[in-house]
Design a protein around this ligand. Structure first.
Ligand code: DGI
Ligand code: FE
Ligand code: FE
Length: 191
């Protein structure tokens, strides 16, 4: 397996995630496996990454900040749990549960922002997070179909939505989000 104690990892999930977040995690696992089958990624890694990508999502801001310091993560994440939960999650999987697979750790680390030159597993995790079956936004079916048909285009549409949503809310756009956006446009030969 990809960790040293799957029982302890599951217990941590149950103890730390709300029920709806746990259900979301199972939905991302299922969707990530589906996309892995379509696009030729490792389905076991996609399942593991999908299931545990949000392991740190339900920490309150104080606990998140303590974890940022404990694992010596970028201090710019302090006070920003929405961005920090992916980095803290990867650190917990690595340091508390013995996950060593770099691709899995990166897919968790970048599941919120995506990044330039992301791997297939990273991209699948990023997309599966948004199109899993428990999401409730109106265009879900459209995004699910697009994910199955054209992963790059789906990634671009999600990035476009995220950037415009953050802009509407006067929030900062992470440099990895912006770089991922330009990278995927370049990949799609959009000038
Ligand atoms: O954890 P999930 O809810 O499943 O989804 P997620 O990991 O994509 O997190 C979504 C949150 O992340 C949402 O509050 C918006 C925020 N986010 C995503 N990209 C950026 C961002 N926040 C900032 N400030 N900058 C970004 O580029
Ligand atoms: Fe997340
Ligand atoms: Fe998620």
């Amino acid at each position: 397996m990809f960790c040293n104690d799957i029982g302890a990892l599951e217990r941590f999930m149950k103890d730390n995630l709300k029920e709806s977040r746990y259900r979301h995690s199972l939905g991302v696992e299922k969707m990530a496996v589906k996309l892995a089958d379509i696009y030729g990624a490792d389905a076991d890694k996609a399942a593991f990454t999908g299931r545990y990508h949000d392991i740190a999502k339900c920490f309150d801001e104080k606990t998140m900040d303590e974890n940022i310091k404990r694992y010596s993560l970028d201090e710019s994440l302090l006070g920003n749990p929405a961005l920090a939960h992916s980095k803290v999650g990867a650190a917990i999987l690595e340091h508390e549960f013995g996950v060593t697979d770099e691709d899995i750790l990166n897919a968790v680390k970048y599941h919120t922002t995506a990044r330039k030159d992301m791997s297939l597993l990273e991209q699948i995790t990023y997309v599966a997070d948004v199109v899993e079956e428990n999401r409730t936004y109106p265009d879900l079916k459209y995004y699910q179909d697009l994910a199955a048909k054209d992963l790059d285009l789906c990634t671009l549409e999600i990035l476009e939505y995220t950037i415009s949503d953050l802009t509407d809310k006067y929030r900062q756009i992470d440099k990895d989000t912006l770089r991922a956006y330009n990278y995927i446009k370049h990949k799609l030969s959009i000038t």
